[in-house]
Design a protein around this ligand. Structure first.
Ligand code: G6P
Length: 612
């Protein structure tokens, strides 16, 4: 949610910071802006409503942009409309201090009123502008920018990642963090600040994750990190193992398309090295519980948002079915504000692709504050959720850039399956059944590949339904969350209203919507409820609904009921979501492309929701 990049060094700052925010455009893209200190010692600011390409195209001619220090921002509006005026950077009254900000300043109204009473003039509707004026106020008093930022930090409540520059100090870049990610990129003769490693990997793989309530002063060759108590802090430089192909579209038109097609590899990466063939079980190295503690888990509470929440629902079916441990799944935004009942024998699992979702982070803090052990299932190494959980497992899906999550979903399910197998083998799963599960998970990447080969067929189905205004997704059992996920994918990127339902619930309401224009996508693998779901299709057919079935083979009259059928390979019922979701992802993708929409940057959404 919003992206920050800052640069100081021997190269030209402007192209580097613009290229950097383009890499972060998936985090927010309603307006953008830059601030540089040029070779004539001027602070130059340029901002623009719309996408970054519009910012680039509108860069004024005849202005000196020769600079070695600059900051940039791509915005997802929270406070104030997405206008050029509200775009970042924001400046103070002296016009010398420029600030870009991710997060929300919760007490900004009080601070703004106070600052206005003290004579400060505000020019935007944003919460961010108070940061610029507060830094100004303290800088005037102490004449030290690093101290002024620290003092600002003591005044503000809420979340922030900021980068700032000051015309009085043209050889320093500043940043501060609380609750919103911020990374220092360490280079040679140049250093960076960014809200996301994706902006840095083309320049350096040496990074430092700033911690909450830390500030940093950065020059071309050095940096000093301080705590809010003004103590100097030493932080380890971490090598990130991303390569540039992870953040490039390569041969694909969209990141989402690339990420859908990566799934045979990403699913393999999620289970590679985590299977113990000799014992017919799995091994999740990150789990630091003793055998006794593992045996003492009596119930599990999974907490997540969005697609990760859907993966959690699949996890509920997996863990209950395989390990017979009771599981409940909660929205993080609800969990954090109700009074959840967590026992001593409860394990809380938080699932988050980004590892930065504000509600999930708050939920994990609440669970830990109650003394409950919290496991994290995340993708982004070193993310806030990865750091704050007691232990966890990475899904190793690589950078996911498309706003609509795809490969993270299947990798999350893979890790939840491994956990279910581990807990199951410690409880009731026989070696023979364990071996069967292992054999089957190993076959999944190949089967996903077979479905991806049906891309053209799925595009042809999308062509038929691309002008629909509504769609209903039905599934039963472990494929009910897949129906929810399929509907979410379509909503997110094609703006077609779509609902997911447990198939039998259809008759308690949604059936009223079915007519000859309503596509009903039915997830119907050949499991023990297949017969039941055929009955649900009959009910749709009787109301002239159009049925698209995801099934294993023509049987029991399916061909007479369904208008279109996408046949997928067979697997164990527990693993079907890893296959059934693939055609739904491709269907949503093709519908959106055929409608001429920007698949990777759908309107109003953001990849990582770091505000409440
Ligand atoms: C946003 C994204 C979704 C994602 C959700 C949870 O809404 O657009 O794709 O599923 O956040 O994100 P997380 O990073 O916690 O999995």
């Amino acid at each position: 949610m919003c992206g920050i990049v800052g640069y100081i060094g021997n190269k030209q700052a402007l192209p580097i910071v613009i290229e950097g925010i383009k890499r972060l455009e998936y985090r927010g893209y309603d307006s953008s802006g830059i601030a540089i200190i040029n070779s004539d010692d001027e602070l130059v600011i340029h901002k623009k409503e719309g996408k970054i390409v519009e910012l680039e195209q509108s860069i004024p001619k005849g202005v000196n942009f020769e600079a070695h220090l600059g900051i940039a921002h791509t915005r997802w509006a929270t406070h104030g409309k997405p206008t050029t005026l509200n775009a970042h950077p924001h400046i103070d009254c002296t016009g010398k201090i420029a600030v870009v900000h991710n997060g929300i300043i919760e007490n900004y109204k009080i601070l703004r009123k106070k600052l206005e009473e003290e004579g400060h003039t505000f020019t935007s509707d944003t919460d961010t502008e108070v940061i610029a004026h507060l830094i100004e106020q303290f800088y005037v008093q102490c004449k030290d920018m690093h101290t002024a930022i620290r003092m600002m930090l003591k005044q503000v409540e809420g979340t922030l990642g900021i980068a700032a520059i000051n015309l009085d100090i043209p050889d320093k870049l500043y940043a501060a963090k609380r609750g919103s990610p911020l990374i220092i990129g360490v280079g040679e003769g140049q250093n960076f600040i960014a809200s996301d490693a994706a902006a840095l990997v083309v320049h350096t793989k040496s990074v430092i994750y700033l911690q909450d309530d830390e500030t940093v002063e950065i020059s071309s060759n050095d940096f000093t990190i301080k705590s809010i108590a003004d103590d100097e802090v030493q932080r380890e430089i971490i090598k990130i193992n991303w390569d540039i192909s992870m953040i490039d579209k390569g041969e694909y038109d969209f990141f989402m398309q690339k990420e859908i097609f990566e799934q045979p590899t990403t699913i393999s990466n999620a289970f590679r090295g985590r299977i113990m063939d000799m014992y017919n079980t799995s091994r999740l190295g990150g789990i630091s519980l003793s055998i006794d503690e593992m045996n003492n888990i009596r119930n599990i509470c999974i907490v997540a948002c969005g697609t990760s929440w859907h993966a959690g629902l699949v996890g509920q079916y997996l863990i209950e079915e395989i390990a017979k441990v009771p599981v409940r799944v909660e929205y993080a935004s609800e969990f954090r504000y109700r009074d959840p009942i967590l026992g001593l024998e409860t394990l809380v699992i938080v699932i988050s692709q980004s590892g930065e979702t504000a509600d999930t982070l708050a939920a994990l803090r609440e669970a830990r504050a109650r003394g409950t052990k919290v496991m994290g299932i995340t993708n982004v190494v070193g993310s806030s959720i990865a750091r704050e959980t007691d232990f966890g497992s990475y899904i190793h899906a690589g950078a996911e850039i498309g706003v609509a999550s795809t490969k993270a979903f299947t990798s999350q399910i893979t890790v939840l399956f491994l956990l279910a197998l581990l807990l199951g083998r410690m409880r009731i799963v026989s070696p023979q059944d364990g071996a069967q599960y292992i054999k089957e998970i190993k076959s999944i990447p190949g089967k996903v590949g077979e479905i991806l080969n049906m891309n053209d067929e799925i595009r042809a189905v999308a062509e038929k339904y691309k002008n629909s205004t509504n769609a209903l997704y039905l599934g039963r059992g472990i494929n009910y969350p897949v129906a929810l996920e399929g509907a979410l994918k379509l909503k997110e990127i094609s703006y077609i209203h779509a609902e997911g339902y447990p198939a039998a619930e259809m008759k308690h309401g949604p059936i009223a919507l079915i007519d000859g224009n309503m596509p009903v996508i039915v997830v119907a693998p050949d499991d023990f409820v297949y017969g039941k779901i055929l009955n649900n299709m009959e009910e749709v057919k009787a109301r002239k609904g159009k049925i698209i079935a995801i099934a294993n083979e023509p049987s029991n009259g399916l061909e007479d009921l369904a208008d279109d059928i996408i046949f997928i390979p067979r697997t164990l019922p527990a693993l079907t979501p890893l296959l059934t979701v693939i055609p739904l992802q491709l269907f949503a993708y093709h519908v959106a492309v055929l409608r001429g929409l920007d698949v990777d940057q759908p309107r109003n959404l953001a990849k990582s929701v770091t505000v409440e």
